[in-house]
Design a binder for this molecule. Sequence first.
Ligand code: PLP
Length: 386
Amino acid sequence: MTERIPLAVPNIGARESELVRDAVDSGFVSSVGHYVADFERAFAEKVGAKHAVACASGTAALHVAMRMVGIRPGDEVAVSDFTFMASSNAASYQFADLLLVDSRADTWGMDLDLLEVELERRSRGGERLPKAIEIVHILGQPADAARAVALGETYGIPVIEDAAEALGAVYTDGPAAGRHVGTVGLMGAFSFNGNKIMTTGGGGMLTTDDDELAARAKHLTTQARLPDRGYLHDEVGFNYRLTNVAAALGVAQLERLDEFVARKREIAQRYTDAFADTAITPPPQVPGTESTFWLYSVLVPDRGRDDESARDELQDFLGVAGIDSRALWRPLHLQPPLKNERVLGGAVGEDVFRRGLSLPCSTTLTDAEQERVIGRVLEWLDRPGD
Ligand SMILES: *Cc1c(COP(=O)(O)O)cnc(C)c1O
């Protein structure tokens, strides 16, 4: 029996065990203990943000960001349509209306031309504008944060970056050259869920260069409790803190982030080379950016069909050979709870959903395993379609 090849599993080593054990042995397993502050400091330094505030999840970080830019019931938030639903849930928790903006076919990131035309049109007609723009760095590929910020500045709209999938991705050219994703807009949100490039079991981080926002985020994530002998709270806060045990895991994982990113890029390059000259479309590689290829995802040829069946067929074909793969996200405008939200475009996200498939790309994937995946994909491509 050959071993099953998983899609993407955490890479936990001896250092992780050491620090988690230390946190447990210290007795400070919950909200007190030095690992949370250590993790925040190291993280801020790693991505080049002035502040980083640890949160219970990436979704929690996004929610706090929405709350801090003042999203209230009935306000509108512009968000990428092609993303995991957590991106928009954060706005929905504030009872916001959504303006779902399609992706560009060449980047899979938000199509800012579409948004710009809409903002211009509304501004001319005196119609209301979104209160926030949330771009998403999808699958490790940086979206055009600098342009989103410039557009936001024109209309007075803050930009929040959902960088949950793209820790370690950077801009190498253009106005944001040298910056990490999540540090260009007003705030950035990261996730340390088990399937992300590094994990704390579950957790998130909010980054910002703004001193007041950072202090307020800490306050809001800790039940908005004031330093007072009695229990005094100046607003309705959240229990969104990260535990000391989780932060200890985070400190150890962060030390290995460069190693993880390098390995993800190596895996991506091997796949992309192997699929050159085939009908497989590799993931976007946008000039002036360095993706982490968090989940290496391709577009599968549809074999002349207009549904997801070719992608499903390849997924099943891999599955029989013991290889895990995963479909990409159904665009938000097709999610039942969001069916009444406004949408700009939508066809690009639908196509990426219909044909998109993520292939095994754990940082622990061996070359031999990757060759097995490649061989099986090429075999499927050689089979006649029906
Ligand atoms: C994982 C993810 C989130 C949410 O992160 P959690 O830590 O799981 O709450 C948000 N947005 C995107 C795009 C994600 O992939």
